[in-house]
Ligand binder design. Sequence first.
Ligand code: BGC
Length: 861
Amino acid sequence: MLKIKKITVEGLEYGCFTDVQNPRFCITLESDRNGATAKSHRICISKNGEVVRDTGTVESSETLYLCCPGADLAPYSEYTAQITVCDDAGESACGEVSFETAKLDEDWSGRWIYDKRVKLEKNVIAPVRFAKNFDAKKPSKARLYITAVGNYFCTINGEKVGDQFLSPGWTTYKAQQQYQCYDVTELIGESNTIEAVVSGGWAVGRMFAMIGKPSGGAVAKNTMLLAELHLSYENGHTDIIATDKTWLSAPDGAYTAASIYDGVCFDARCDTAVLNYKKVSVTTPKMVGRLLATYGEPVRKTVELSPVSSHESKKGGMIYDFGQNIAGVVHLKVKGAAGGEKIVVRHTELLREGEIFTVNLRTAKATLEYICKSGDQDFYPELTFMGFQYIRVQGIDSSKIEVSAIAFTSANRSVGSFECSNSELNKLQSNTRWSGMDNFVDIPTDCPQRDERLGWTGDISVFASTACFNFDMSRFFEKWLLDLRAEQDKKNGALPFVIPAGKYGIFKTHSAAWGDCCVLVPWAQYLSGGDKTLLERQYESIKLYVDGCAKHCKDKKKPFIKSSPRFWGDWCAPEGNAVTWFSKAPWVGTLYWANSAFILAKIAKILGKDDDAAKYNELGKNISDAYLKEFTDGNGVLKAPFQTGYVCPLYFNMYDGEIRETMAQELRDNVVNNGNKLSTGFVGTPYLLFALSDNGYSDTAYDVLLQEECPGWLYEIRCGATTTWERWNGLQPDGTIFLKGDESDKRSYDPEDQTIACMVSFNHYAYGAVGDWLYRRVAGIEAIEGGYRRFKIAPVVGGKLDWVKAIHESNYGTIVSEWKISDAVFTLNIEVPFNTVCEVTLPNGESSELGCGKYEFSCKM
Ligand code: BGC
């Protein structure tokens, strides 16, 4: 029987509000008939039971990213799409999904409002409370459309609207900004108060603090609010309560300070009825571009963690350990406060000699100050977040307080799991996922704790593929890529180092790996999700970038050696410092350029642009030839050997035959001579194990994976890591914090601590990109065509693993690869989703091709 398992519209099963006229539908089906495929589909969209669009029967085997074009959809309307799919045996299945249009192109009747009295001073801006009282009849439907310059949270009659944090999210505001749509029908009574507190957030204040400096680059000077509450009645009438001159604002609410890096000060004694309210001012902000209904992934709570232990701090107060490094906020429950007690909570990733270690936060205060009202109270801060595992709570008797930690993320939909017989690898998988979740806070960040938390492009370049195995990244990446396109130089394709760029946007270039994010991120998402329209949308951006790299070949006689820019080379390699990492930029730049050219050629082919496909293949080959000539002896042996210099050409498939063999052998020897340890930085590490295992050295790949000394993934696990670190030697073998860094880097020198704490984040995901190898080689699941329409299962056994089980919920359906070795027999159980083809290869080399179904194979080891 053919069955519909799931339908999404614009990537969501439920709760889709959209400004898209042509929403995309993905249909996940299952069939008990092995090998079944789709033959045709039909989509009908109706409103109030009346069909408004109908595709008729479409003869196509595609079931992902289908559209149903037709007459314009109307704003503020609820639609249902009925979808029928027929398979190749004539069976059919039916299902439906609902969505609601937001404002589409309707003008806003609300005005942007702000409080003239509240200004940005020394990069700090106080939170503003906006409020409006209104009477209403009970509506049949109430919707709130709302956004802010800054971050906001909104309440109606004291109840928080929605379950999101840090709205409206972070975008390249001048190009586009999200507004949120909420169903608030249940919150409306007869006499109502709508309130919103707006802080500087990502838009106004000191985001983008340049390494260790307190000042930053505000995008705007005032915080602002824009809202429309639509109250619809049975008789068809709609009342709109919109932000306008009649709203009031106050600069002196319970939130006396709120910012992303520094945290929140909250006075619970504050009576919000008697604040210094004044009528608001209205304006038309210049820094806000198109307003679009939320199209990204909002930040939402995942879990709330209780402390696993606590002890008294020598400096007063209690220290609590939540057992997991998270991004989020603390939740306080206070009993029997006298009123006026000031609780101060500091957040840290680590303890040092039993006390909180805050040096690696640089200038981020990451502090909650909470002044109690009298009696019992329950509080967690909005408008900020911290990266922490430990807190120190001072200012209250510990018997009166209970604490927990709210972890939040935009990576809300898990689509993958990996488990095996080695518990330390399972911990590694867990750490990789946590670093993903902790760093997907509306945008892909580098770290959640110190005064950066920026959309560093190189980090996501290397982690995107691992992210896609674990989480549904489609909306998250689409949103970020829209900003990427907005930030990109329209003439030469150069990109800023962080996106959204803010002040960093002043400098745009084609830095190796960091710049290549415009190729690597959409490509990873396409392979995982299968949306060709994403490739279409990104195509010009990719081409512009790949073409633009040519201008960095400074030596005219060497037109394919990308000798500049010197950012960031083999960044964070275990040996050396920024100077030595940067010096590798010509190698890394040239290699990543070749890879981007080859990927662009593949994309061109998929989009039917055959001329471009040939052109960029040729470019990739020319760059490969040039690399061989410039950096090797001509046969593949590097003149100045380093692991990344071999890893990339191997993984990027730049050479065949003897050259490839030579490079693989050199790499393997280098690794073995290095005690089975990696010496790769951000840009080589994700591909190191592939470069070994795909060229006959899977034993060495496993040796590196299972390396227990520094640098090595298990080293971190043995030091107690719960997330992946920015630097391998973040902690020394005795568990003490790495105190020596690049001594020349005065910017990060902390005289009090005698510590160079420039770069010791314990929550960076780049090295977690090894998760990709766990899924793609250990479990063996690898997409060949976008969305796993065609894929491989070819496990690489080794590392003394007895069993492995990986699951990936692809858009076509569940993929399972589960193997075990017992009595020298290898057994593989797999699940292949409807409408896909799987090429299975067993460790003995036997292979077969299968359509959907569940299968078991075995062979002798
Ligand atoms: C960030 C990185 C980033 C790097 C640029 C650091 O400060 O935390 O992860 O990619 O700068 O090289």
